[in-house]
Design a protein around this ligand. Sequence first.
Ligand SMILES: Nc1ncnc2c1ncn2[C@@H]1O[C@H](COP(=O)(O)OP(=O)(O)OP(=O)(O)O)[C@@H](O)[C@H]1O
Ligand SMILES: [Mg+2]
Length: 300
Amino acid sequence: MELSIKDMEDEAKKYGKFIKELGELKESAPEIFGVATGTKLDELFYYVEFDEKTQKFKKKILGGIPYRSVLNIVGIADTGKSVFAEQFAVYQAAHGYKVLFVTVESPAEFLYSSLKQKAYALNVDFDKVEENIIVVDASKSYQFRENVMSVIKTMEAAIKKKHCTVTVIDSVTGFYEHREVMARQIVRALFNFLKQHKQTALFVSQKRSSQQAESAEAAGGLAVAHIVDGTIILDKKLIETRFDQSLYGLPIGSVLRTIRIDGCRLSAHDSDTWVMEITDKGLIKIKEKLSDVIKKQKTK
Ligand SMILES: Nc1ncnc2c1ncn2[C@@H]1O[C@H](COP(=O)(O)OP(=O)(O)OP(=O)(O)O)[C@@H](O)[C@H]1O
Ligand SMILES: [Mg+2]
């Protein structure tokens, strides 16, 4: 259908609000700083600053995940996604920030116990954590979970009530469990909502058994990875052979856990695979680069 000049003018009027001079965006551009997770991941995001004195670029650690980013934590079962997301929530709450935790897998009362344990493990004041975290429990009602608009409305009420700046959803996969074709639409709606409310957020995404463990792909395909600002991949490997044993220096039957920032469009970042541990107290501890572990083994 061909548009007349008048039609085009009408369209331009209707959508004129979508046109911006670059300079107009100055005020609304987000500041660049890190929102701490309380793990070594905070040192793996960085930015580059120009030093007028030396006339050189300097690499500076961000100190957290980028402010106002929405990141996806991806991994097969039992790789520490929930541990990571909960640790982040507790760490932020303990430092006075208001956190919305949307629990989709674990019923809220189980989440409570888990967050309490994390607070003790991190040696932070649980009263403060209790005061600063608000929970939306989407685990119990299938009807609620299936209607993402009602979930978003509820999240909005919670964010407004508490003035939250941080949101965790564990997991987004729960919103499209039996209808993965809807993943793109649902994740886009959640993403836009979080951006609108200026949240720094973590999504947890589960993998399907056919998806490669070390890729950014999760339930719903690559759609989720394309929408979010970045992906963090958690993985684990069972040490099964003598080759693995000598490569990684670990006994047969043990588990090697890894973490890697797969990509982030809001900030520069380390792209290595790091070895991590889930401690006895249930905390994520990122230790050293996998390549360094292997190098050390070779020289032994
Ligand atoms: N409090 C704890 N103490 C010790 N180990 C723990 C604790 N919490 C979790 N772990 C270890 O971390 C593993 C990963 O747990 P987590 O629940 O984070 O996995 P997940 O990636 O969220 O898995 P899923 O996709 O099934 O939800 C557990 O199987 C357990 O071995
Ligand atoms: Mg989990």
